[in-house]
Every structure is written in structure tokens, then in C-alpha cells.
Write a protein that binds this ligand. Structure first.
Ligand SMILES: Nc1ncnc2c1ncn2[C@@H]1O[C@H](COP(=O)(O)OP(=O)(O)OP(=O)(O)O)[C@@H](O)[C@H]1O
Length: 268
């Protein structure tokens, strides 16, 4: 896995010179710069900045309503930015529902969003054949989708309707569908939610392997042990602002995080 730090943002707890020089050496895979999103009078994101490097796993954590999903939606162009810039591999993203998906961003959803009556393989084929990501020949798409099912240990379920599967397998299908597009940036929305410990361990292995292959991973997750075990860096949001950013150890030791996220009052 690539552990290269790619920069330190306002509120960061990790400000090493190495991080600064790495950040300036190459454009990060994802750059979110001073992002502000408002819903009417509510400021859901307020001046949020962070970066995700190639092959890096970055976790966004924070209490309910902190703005994590809104970051994903902004990266995908599903909510309009009131201010700020988002870029992928140095190319600026339009402020609307265009561009990023075609440029190699894939996302899983909290609600999975699978087509229940379709088979596992058919679900994974949907984005490959729809032309929303890119248009590939059917044989090539089928081979790519099958490879993803193998990778996630569900090849034997290829012909099974999704409706017949238990929740952990359904989550694997959703992940396979995202990975099937061969993304440069993978957005995972609560990937460990609803899973048991064995499935979470297997998921962590997959995330590490995906990152080792060069794909960048940005994930939103409440399962603290999973986050601490898999993330290279963690960004902590609270009320739409970045309150801390650093390695798992740095974030774990930050009293602001304990106070905001874990609900622990800092020692007097
Ligand atoms: N489409 C919307 N319209 C109005 N308000 C919204 C909308 N989407 C999100 N919000 C509000 O913006 C804030 C941030 O929401 P968001 O869903 O990003 O938080 P979150 O950190 O993902 O929370 P959770 O952990 O509960 O999923 C919340 O106050 C939420 O109610």
C-alpha cells in the first residue's frame, strides 16, 4: 500500500515537511479545496479542504450530520458547491452532475442501490454496459465483471438473483459493481455497516488490495476499528468543518476528536 502523505489541511495534526513536499511534487488524485455547500440556510460543509493521493486510503469520519455524505455528493457533482473547487488528477470538476464519473470515480451507496430482480453478474454489468462510465464490448464487460466477482469471492453467485442473497453478499455485489468500472477513485459509503467481524476483516483486505493496485479510496465509516485498521489518513468532520486530519494514531490521540466524535469531554 502506498502510504505517501499528500498534504496537510487546516486543522491538521500532521504537518511534516515530507508531506508538504510530496503534495507539491504531483497532483493528488482527488483535491477538495475550500469546499462549501449550503442547503438553504444550513451550511452543510464550510471551507473543507483535503486531498487523496494515488493508492491512498482516506477515511472521513464524524458524528451524524457532520457532512460526510455531502462531501461524496459534492465530489460526484450531485450537490452544487456554494464555493470551492474539486479536481481529479489535476483536472477541475464542473459544479454539477457531469465529468467525474466518466473520469474514473465509482461509488457505493449506503442503501446499496442494487437491482434485486437481476442476477449478481447482471448488476455488476450495469455500469459497464450503460455507457455512463465508458462503453465496452459485451464480452470484455462480462470478463471484467466476472474478474471482479472472483476478486470478491462471489463468482459462484454470478447467476443468483440479488434478492436471494443475505446482506453481506449483497454488499459484496455493490462493491464488485463499483470495482468493475476499474475506477481511479473509489468512494465507499459505510462499507462495514451491517457486517460481522469476519466480513469486515475480509473487506479490509479488499480495500488494502484495491489501494495497493493504485486506486485511491475515500471512505465514510462509523466502524472505528475498521477505519483505524485500513486508513492511511483520517479526516474528521464536525458541523461541516474539518476539525482534525492525520494518521489513525494522530487522530486517535486528538482530544478534539474524542470530544466531537466519541462524545468524550476533554480532561480539564
Ligand atoms: N439534500 C439536503 N437538503 C437539506 N439538507 C441536507 C441535505 N443533505 C444533507 N443535508 C443536511 O446537511 C447536513 C450534513 O448531512 P450529511 O448527510 O452530509 O451528514 P453525514 O455526516 O453524512 O451524516 P450521517 O453520518 O448521519 O450519514 C445535515 O444537517 C443534513 O440534514
Amino acid at each position: 500500500m502506498n502510504h505517501t502523505p499528500v498534504g496537510v489541511e487546516p486543522g491538521s495534526t500532521a504537518a511534516s515537511p515530507a508531506a508538504a513536499s510530496a503534495a507539491s511534487a504531483a497532483a493528488p488524485r482527488l483535491r477538495v479545496d475550500r469546499l462549501t455547500v449550503r442547503f438553504g440556510g444550513l451550511t452543510a460543509l464550510d471551507d473543507v479542504s483535503f486531498e487523496v493521493g494515488a493508492g491512498e486510503v482516506v477515511a472521513l469520519i464524524g458524528p451524524n450530520g457532520a457532512g460526510k455524505t455531502t462531501v461524496f455528493n459534492a465530489v460526484c457533482g450531485l450537490v452544487r458547491r456554494a464555493a470551492g473547487e474539486i479536481s481529479l488528477d489535476g483536472a477541475s470538476a464542473a459544479n454539477g452532475p457531469t465529468g467525474l464519473v466518466a473520469r474514473g470515480v465509482a461509488r457505493t451507496l449506503q442503501g446499496l442501490g442494487l437491482f434485486d430482480s437481476m442476477s449478481v453478474l447482471e448488476n455488476v454489468l450495469v455500469p459497464l454496459e450503460s455507457g455512463t462510465v465508458r462503453r465496452v464490448q459485451h464480452a470484455e464487460a462480462a470478463a471484467q465483471a466476472s474478474g471482479c466477482l472472483e476478486r470478491l469471492g462471489i463468482a459462484h453467485l454470478a447467476a443468483v438473483p440479488v434478492a436471494a442473497l443475505p446482506y453481506p453478499e449483497r454488499k459484496r455485489v455493490a462493491l464488485a459493481r463499483a470495482l468493475g468500472t476499474d475506477p481511479a477513485l473509489l468512494l465507499l459509503d459505510e462499507p462495514a455497516g451491517g457486517l460481522g467481524e469476519d466480513d469486515i476483516d475480509a473487506l479490509a483486505d479488499v480495500v488494502r488490495e484495491v489501494a495497493a493496485s493504485g486506486c485511491s479510496v475515500l471512505l465514510v465509516e462509523h466502524h472505528v476499528d475498521f477505519v483505524m485498521g485500513v486508513a492511511d489518513r483520517i479526516i474528521v468532520l464536525d458541523f461541516g468543518r474539518v476539525i482534525a486530519c492525520g494518521t489513525p494514531d494522530e487522530v486517535r490521540a486528538d482530544p478534539r476528536v474524542e470530544e466531537a466524535y466519541l462524545g468524550i469531554e476533554p480532561a480539564a
